[in-house]
Design a protein around this ligand. Structure first.
Ligand code: GRG
Length: 288
């Protein structure tokens, strides 16, 4: 896991060169290079590896995923969205570069990511690149990430057109699970996997994504700024719809453990040290 994170960091730095006008590239690189967990690129590379591909083939896609993820974090922190002053333990992008540059840095990451996949994926076929770009645009846009964010904002304002449970699942699947799905799908496509295998990994990522968001909701309740690198207790204070607010802490933990068990069961046959490490780390923080 450590080696994969190091590789991702090295390639992110290499791909994100500072050009003119420097201010925008510096703003893009600032949040990108802060120490995140790099879970999405690592999951993309590990999926490709266990399905038999040379991970180098997938490095542009893995870095593009982190750029898309960071774009969503930068925009999520803006005053017009979640209004958070800290991210990854440091002041949020708009606190350092101003709101206009933070909006533009997010937009620039969102568009540079597919550019990078097209320009640097020299060892993937044109069909694989086209499929990966198609998945990227579908999952990042109004059929994915943006849909999750919109419903999240609407639910905070008390606007629910479905039941609270359906709304919460929709938000988590689209805001959070979607990028884990994109990660494993990209890795599987890059490895030339068949449709059944892609769907198997997709199913894993959906469950993992839901578990990850429940973990995030629980951490907001029980963790500290030092551990998370962002403001804690915000969900509770803003009356946000979360697994903890809907089901209570104990039931949220139970749901988390159930989903993680399902993840172990799906991935077991691949004997992946990296996926096991990710699942172990996540579950070790949630006690019985
Ligand atoms: C795609 C144009 C466009 C807009 C995005 C702002 C937005 C719409 C969506 C917000 C998505 C969001 C912030 C979801 C939260 C997911 C989540 C739990 C993030 C934390 O992930 P970690 O813990 O973070 O992996 P690190 O910093 O470790 O990478």
């Amino acid at each position: 896991m450590k080696e994969l994170i190091k590789l991702v960091d090295e390639y992110l730095d290499r791909y994100m060169e500072i050009a003119y006008p420097e201010d925008i590239f510096k703003a893009m690189k600032y949040t990108l290079m802060l120490p995140g967990k790099r879970l999405r690129p690592v999951m993309c590379l590990e999926t490709a590896r266990i399905l038999g591909a040379d991970i180098k083939k997938l490095l542009p896609s893995a870095c593009a995923l982190e750029m898309l993820h960071v774009q969503s974090l930068i925009h999520d922190d803006l005053p017009c969205m979640d209004n958070d002053d800290f991210r990854r333990g440091k002041p949020s992008n708009h606190k350092v570069f101003g709101e206009a540059n933070a909006v533009l840095a997010g937009d620039a990451l969102l568009t540079y990511a597919p550019q990078l996949i097209i320009e640097k994926s020299t060892e993937l076929s044109s069909t694989q690149i086209l499929r990966i770009i198609h998945e990227y645009t579908k999952f990042a846009g109004a059929y994915g990430l943006i849909a999750g964010q919109v419903v999240d904002i609407e639910s905070e304002g008390g606007k629910l057109t479905k039941s609270a449970k359906e709304t919460l699942d929709f938000i988590h699947l689209n805001k959070t699970a979607v990028l884990f799905r994109l990660a494993v799908r990209m890795g599987a496509i890059g490895a030339g996997a068949d449709d059944d295998t892609i769907e198997e990994f997709d199913n894993f990522a959906k469950k993992f994504g839901l578990a990850f968001q429940i973990y995030d909701d629980i951490m907001d309740e029980i963790s500290s700024f030092e551990e998370l690198g962002k403001t804690v207790g915000k969900d509770k204070n803003s009356g946000k719809l979360t697994y903890v607010s809907l089901y209570g802490l104990e039931e949220a933990k139970r749901k988390f453990r159930f989903l993680i068990k399902e993840c172990y069961d799906i991935i077991e046959k691949y004997r992946s040290q990296v996926f096991t490490e990710i699942l172990d780390k996540l579950s070790s923080r949630i006690d019985d």
